[in-house]
Design a protein around this ligand. Sequence first.
Ligand code: AMP
Length: 429
Amino acid sequence: MPFASLGLSPALVHAAHQLGFSVPTPIQAAAIPAVLQGSDVLGAAQTGSGKTAAFALPLLQQLQLSATGGPRRVRALVLVPTRELAAQVGEVLRSLAQHLQQPLKVAIVFGGVSINPQMIGLRGGADIVVATPGRLLDLVEHNALRLSAVAHLVLDEADRLLDLGFADELQRVLALLPAQRQNLFFSATFPDAVQALADGLLKSPVRVEVPHTPGSEPAIEQRAIAVDASRRTQLLRHLVKQHEWSRVLVFVATQYAAEHVAEKLYKAGIYASPFHGGLSQGARNQVLQEFKDERWQVVVTTDLAARGIDIAQLPAVVNYDLPRSAVDYVHRIGRTGRAGESGVAVSFVTADAEAHFRLIEKRQHLSLPREHIAGFEPSEAAQGPVPDVQSPAGTGGIKGKRPSKKDKLRAAAAASTGSPGAGPDTGKA
Ligand code: AMP
């Protein structure tokens, strides 16, 4: 089915083609007509499903049609959890919007950088604002923008917005919006809090769900390698060289580990850089850009890079430390195998982390053989079930799907003492 048959204008069909999108993905085919009709939409989709264009294309079309020619007022607001996702979604909107006859202005705002350039950027108004909630509220308080004309609200990665503790800010933003508006709600997962938010926000939504069927999902080969905790860096070096991966994203549990592992690889002659929330926004942008440009072969990161970030042709993801939950596992491995490309996701399973990985496998309905790599056979035997509160080597902490209250308190305490690497690295804007 071509894009044209979904009700999009020729200009937007052309814009999609210019981005290399010739055929809509399933979520685009389902969501675009519903959004064009003005319905609220509840989208449940896997990472890499093409959901950005699923809301961006019909949103731009509606804004074109409702343009009045008067002063620019913010008519569409896209709320996202992280700076990186704000930049990425904003760029997709801008790339598509540049093909329209009447230009639409897209402002991208997020915290962690100076507010002044963003205030200047908002002078003369904007048609669409892509924002993280905290900075958006700051800008409203500075009278840099008003939200009273918002007719379309998009919540992107709603589960992550709540995970990162944006619930209060979200409610404050919602209170500033007109009651009459279209709501588009996207989330990869639907725990109770996310479902409650959706229920409160959406009016008779069209549900857009991309079924988890084999074939529709990207081709990600999942592997689990049993290895001693102390030999993981050497094994990583071995795999990078053996497979000649052009780019690898390596996940670790803490900012400290990101620095440490990257340094060890670098000293061993592999171009590796750390990426985490302790770096300045400028440094983070630079690392990402250089990774995309293939100037870094390996980026060692915390879960900060697990969501949203889109790097085309990323052949491999390595869980050096296991993720805390099955949901995080899905997000991490979803960085590879994007847009139908194939990729490999390797998890290092230390003896201490074996029970934790079994839990992840259970939740994912997976059962991966534990591989032994010649020269790196584990000397430690796997233990029985691992208790629920410690953080044994090789895991980012053993937890259920969401951080417990205790986790949050620990993270807050770590944040207030400024201790790097303690607690989850949210990089919250
Ligand atoms: P998203 O889920 O929006 O982050 O998109 C995931 C990836 O799919 C991005 O690299 C997009 O550029 C790509 N993509 C989105 N829609 C299409 C399409 N219709 N055809 C091919 N690639 C697409």
